[in-house]
Every structure is written in C-alpha cells, then in structure tokens.
Design a protein around this ligand. Structure first.
Ligand SMILES: Cc1cc2nc3c(=O)[nH]c(=O)nc-3n(C[C@H](O)[C@H](O)[C@H](O)COP(=O)(O)OP(=O)(O)OC[C@H]3O[C@@H](n4cnc5c(N)ncnc54)[C@H](O)[C@@H]3O)c2cc1C
Length: 422
C-alpha cells in the first residue's frame, strides 16, 4: 500500500511499565499519527484479561494488537510498519529525483516535485515528520493561528505529497552515496540501491547525547531525547526534568507541565537561550508547576533497569546534588545526519553540516572540486545536482517554515539542473 493510511480503528499496545521497547513503539505510533491505547501489564491477571494468555512471564512483550485483530509480539518497528502496509518496494529503477528525509524540508520538496511532474521518491529511515513530528505544538507556522501539532502538520503534508503521486519509502536509510555518470547512487541500509539524476538531502539533525555513563542503557527507560510527545500522559503525579534552554526544551516543558505534577528545566547558562521565543519564555516563567534552574548541568545518572535519580551540578558553586526522578527529557540540540556523505566530494563544514551555494565560495570562487563553468545554485552542494535543504544545511535557519521554503526552492533548482543535463 503506497498510501500510508493510518488504520481506522485503534491499535492496542500492551507491555511493562518503563519498557524501552514499548517506548520506541509509542513514539513511532505517535509520530505517525496512529491512534492507540497504551495498556500497562503488571500481573498474570492483567495478562489474562488483555491477551487471554495465562502467564505474563511467558509472553514476549510488548504486544501489539492491530484493529483487524492481528497480534504481534515484541515486533521491530520495521515489522510493525510492514504490517501496517507502510513498507513498499521502489517502483522504478531510476528516478529524476531522490529526496532523503521526510521532515518538513523533505515533505515540502516531495509536494512540489510530485506536483510538478518529476519522477520522485522520498526515502525516510523512521517516521514521517522528522524533528517537527516530535513538537507538541508549532505555534509560529504561518496559516495556523491556533498552532498545530508537528505530527499532524507532517501527516497533512504526507497526504498532499501522496495525492500528487510521490513514492514514499519508509524505514529505509541512505548510508553511502556515490556520484558518477550524472547520477547519484545511494546504498540503503537494507542492501538495495537507489539511483536518481538529482537528489535533495533533507536529513536534518539528530539529538545530541549527554555523554554520561549508563545513558545508552536508559534510553526509553526514563531517559528520552526530545519533547517526549508520547510520554507526557504517563507523567501524571511525577516530578520530571527537561535538559536544555532552547525552543525545543521550552516546548517540552510546556507540554509536560500540562500533565506532570512538576517540571524542572535545567539550563546550563545563566538565562534562557536567546533563541527561545519570547512567548515561550513568558509562559515558562509564569507557569505554577514549572521551575527553571540556571547554571545547572546533569553530571550523573542512576538506575539499574530504569532511571531513578540524576546528579545535578551547580556550575556557579561547584556543588552536586542528587534528585529523584523517573523521567528526564534531553533537548540540547543536535548534530547533522550526514555520515552518508563521507567519502564523496560533498563539502561539509567541521561540524558535518552540508555547505551549499555561496557558502562554498573561497575568495569569491567555487572550490577547486566544483567541476562546472557555472556557479553552484543557492542550495546546491559541491556536487552538481545534489542539493541540501533544511536543518542539515550549513547556516540554515532552524525553523519549520524555512525548512519548508528550502524544500520548495530546492525543487526549482532541480528543474534547472535536469534541464541542463537533459
Ligand atoms: C521538539 C521540537 C520542537 C520544535 N518546535 C518548532 C516550532 O515550534 N517552530 C519551528 O519553526 N521550528 C520548531 N522546531 C524546529 C523544526 O522542527 C526543525 O527546524 C525542522 O523539523 C527541520 O526540518 P528538516 O526537514 O530540515 O529536518 P528534520 O525535521 O530533522 O527531518 C529529517 C528527517 O530525515 C530523516 N533521516 C535522517 N537521516 C536519514 C538517512 N540517512 N536516510 C533517510 N532518512 C534520514 C530523519 O529520520 C528525519 O525524519 C522544533 C524542533 C524540535 C525538536
């Protein structure tokens, strides 16, 4: 099924409290705008009632029950997406345009490319929506005066692109690119290869880690990256922590504060980041159950199976105290997803962002590896026909609107490139 339609009934997801596997599925379903019920199983009796199976200890959890009654035990995301009908095979051997990433930039490029008649395909390694899909409420995107949840905005864009005929390949990841014969050939993680005449890289950024001992083990078991859209309803009566002082941390705080007993925002600096919108600053500072602590840094995590407490260092006084908590949300920015561009002649800056257009120029000229007479187009990388849009691009404005704008612009440049290589 190309048209990734959400199932009409509700999905039932059953599992143990604080299970990181259950969290991964909750997060995936939330981002994909699939209605589901989360049912916590704590005893054999729960197991009998919900699954009709006698012993909790003998069931591979989490269990998923689809609206048609089909059950899956401990499924991978790939298996789940497959069963929901969202994993399909490429229809063509070669495309005019391949777009990597289905965040706002990739989805916007998809809408314009498909509506303008290009044979185009989008390759997305996870759920549609990218970072925006994890935003509880985007309030500054033009045309939505009451705001719109990121996952909903993404879902609308997906439907629009599909209606225009885009091919969307989910749960696929580009891992290595090669440019030859005016074609981009990308090896995908599943072993297949995607060939296109032009490409737009809209792979965005990935959450930065804290770099603490035990961090990997606790992901999804009390420690979350991003706003924790799927987790807010589970925070009732809890004191939770949000790490970071930027817009995404601010949104996470407000979203969690609507459910949790108390939210503490830990900010490394001595004030809220200049990038935090004023409307969010005002709300955070006046919300009763929100506390903001400045000069505060998390330096330790404690908990064997799930998070139990965190060490908070006061950067001004040097003192460290431990705070009990079952949930912490890390929103400290990210690094670009550009590993796939290693060993290509695409120029990246020292932090990995793709350099495009005028930013490529040195002393008023394109770099030596640029092979054409003409100058690179505005969003073109150092490889002709390979474009970058959105957060992954050096010097991009990290906003939904600018990512959407760049996705549309990149398609206009793709047309010009294809015309010159026809
Ligand atoms: C919690 C949060 C709240 C935010 N709130 C706002 C807001 O209110 N207003 C606003 O304007 N901005 C907001 N932002 C910023 C905004 O979401 C980003 O600027 C925007 O999503 C960038 O879009 P993008 O398409 O460039 O990248 P992304 O959204 O990062 O999407 C990139 C996509 O590429 C996929 N991908 C990565 N690597 C590969 C690969 N190798 N192969 C295939 N696919 C790949 C990823 O899975 C992802 O889906 C928020 C961000 C966050 C995290």
């Amino acid at each position: 099924m190309d048209d990734m339609t959400a199932p009409s009934g509700r999905v039932r997801l059953m599992g143990l409290a604080d299970s990181s596997e259950a969290y991964r599925i909750r997060d995936f379903l939330t981002r994909s705008v699939v209605a589901f019920d989360w049912i916590e199983l704590a005893s054999d009796e729960d197991c009998r009632r919900e699954l009709g199976l006698p012993e909790l200890g003998n069931v591979r959890l989490p269990a998923v029950e689809l609206p048609d009654g089909h059950r899956m035990f401990a499924p991978s995301l790939q298996q789940l997406a497959d069963r929901l009908g969202w994993v399909s095979q490429p229809r063509l051997r070669e495309y005019d345009l391949s777009i990597y990433g289905a965040g706002p930039a990739g989805l916007s490029a998809a809408v314009y490319a498909a509506s303008e008649g290009l044979r185009a395909v989008v390759i997305e390694r996870h759920a549609v929506g990218g970072q925006a899909g994890s935003s509880s409420m985007i309030e500054n995107y033009m045309g939505f005066p009451q705001g719109i949840a990121g996952a909903e905005l993404a879902e609308r864009a997906r439907q629009q692109a599909v209606r225009f005929g885009i091919e969307l390949l989910m749960m696929r990841e580009g891992v290595k690119a090669e440019f030859r014969d005016n074609r981009i050939r990308v090896n995908l993680a599943d072993g297949s290869q995607m060939v296109a005449r032009a490409n737009i890289c809209a792979t965005g950024v990935e959450w930065r880690r804290l770099g603490l001992e035990g961090e990997t083990r606790l992901i999804g078991a009390g420690l979350y990256y991003g706003a924790g859209m799927s987790e807010a309803p589970l925070c009732r009566d809890e004191h939770v922590f949000v790490i970071g002082g930027g817009n995404s941390a601010g949104q996470a705080v407000m979203h969690l504060a609507s459910q949790a007993k108390k939210v503490t925002m830990l900010v490394r600096g001595s004030n809220l980041a200049a990038t935090l919108s004023q409307y969010l600053v005002d709300r955070i500072l006046t919300k009763d159950n929100v506390e903001v602590r400045y000069n505060a840094e998390v330096t330790g995590l404690d908990g064997s199976r799930t998070l139990g407490r965190i060490a908070i260092a006061d950067r001004a006084s040097g003192t460290v105290e431990w705070a009990d908590t079952r949930r912490m949300f890390v929103c400290i920015g990210g690094a670009p997803n550009t590993d796939w561009a290693e060993k290509t002649s695409i120029v990246r800056d020292p932090t990995g962002y793709l350099v495009t257009g005028p930013d490529l120029f040195e002393g008023g000229r394109p770099p030596a590896i640029w092979p054409l007479e003409r100058q690179p187009f505005y969003l073109e990388t150092s490889v002709p026909g390979s474009f970058a849009a959105g957060d992954v691009r050096r010097n991009s404005i990290k906003r939904v609107a600018s990512a959407v704008g760049e996705g549309a612009m990149a398609v206009a440049f793709v047309h010009r490139y294809l015309a010159e290589t026809a």
